[in-house]
Write a protein that binds this ligand. Structure first.
Ligand SMILES: [Mg+2]
Length: 262
């Protein structure tokens, strides 16, 4: 494999939803960070990526100078600069944050609540906040953010409720992009913000060309959040489980080790 820069989706690829990476995954990613640059891109906010990925890597003194973290589909870009050449102590640096204005946020939240009320979605018992402000993205979760995975999966198995909500909210917000998100959620962003947007940003910032990238994710179907990556034409792997990702990393590390030995 000739790729120089490895990009990973987070939930369902490196860790289960909202959980920290396992020790195995952390160890494999740590080994890759010694050899190549690694990016993690997710729809989640920075605090979540920090908890799920960065904190785990810090615990094992991983080489964070090769790590790029792109929360909220790359509307933010975080890197870690080594403080001293000998120690693995890092300064966390935010290269940019593209956030909504206060009035855009207000418009987005009002439109979501108005349509959700019309559709009787607000009658359901919620667990945690229904509206989440991620800076560059507003997310509505019909059952609240803390509902269990099984509750969430039962709410809209066909996706029709999310579709209806997204379609009606889009009519109210023509200057923004509204789309179905996770199993109970609808996301609002600036037009054109998705993982392809984040990856283009990564190329521009790091001076990397698309053909040097390799992407690994778990949702490449039409409505999956990894789908836009395919349109970039970069090499990618679809995994069905965290074990698939581990198997890929093991094989990759072996190949990289063999190339070095030649
Ligand atoms: Mg995923």
């Amino acid at each position: 494999m000739t790729s120089e820069f490895f990009i990973f989706d987070l939930d369902g690829t490196l860790a289960s939803s909202k959980n920290a990476m396992s020790e195995d995954m952390t160890s494999l990613l740590t080994q890759l960070l010694e050899k190549r640059r690694v990016a993690v891109i997710s729809g989640g906010k920075y605090e979540l990526l920090k908890f799920q990925v960065v904190d785990e890597l810090e615990k094992v003194d991983a080489n964070l100078s090769n790590l790029h973290i792109l929360p909220v589909s790359g509307t933010q870009y975080h890197i870690y600069n080594k403080k001293k050449s000998t120690d693995r102590v890092y300064d966390h640096k935010v290269l940019y944050k593209n956030e909504f204005t206060a009035s855009q946020k207000l418009q987005a939240i009002s439109a979501l609540l108005e349509v959700a009320a019309e559709l009787n979605f607000l009658c359901e018992v919620s667990s945690g906040n229904r509206i989440e402000d991620r800076g560059g993205q507003i997310t509505f979760s019909a059952l609240g953010q803390n509902a269990s995975i099984s509750q969430k999966e039962q709410w809209d198995p066909t996706g029709s409720k999310r579709h209806e909500l997204a379609m009606r909210v889009q009519r109210l917000l023509p200057a923004l992009e509204v789309r179905p998100g996770g199993s109970t959620s609808v996301d609002i962003t600036q037009i054109g913000v998705n993982k392809a947007y984040g990856i283009r940003k990564l190329c521009a910032i790091t001076g990397t060309s698309l053909d040097q990238l390799f992407y690994t994710g778990d949702k490449f179907n039409d409505e999956g959040n990894d789908y836009p990556v395919i349109e970039l034409g970069i090499d990618y792997l679809e995994v069905n489980s965290l074990d698939d990702t581990k198997a890929f990393l093991e094989e990759l590390l072996q190949q990289l080790g063999e190339n070095e030995a030649i």
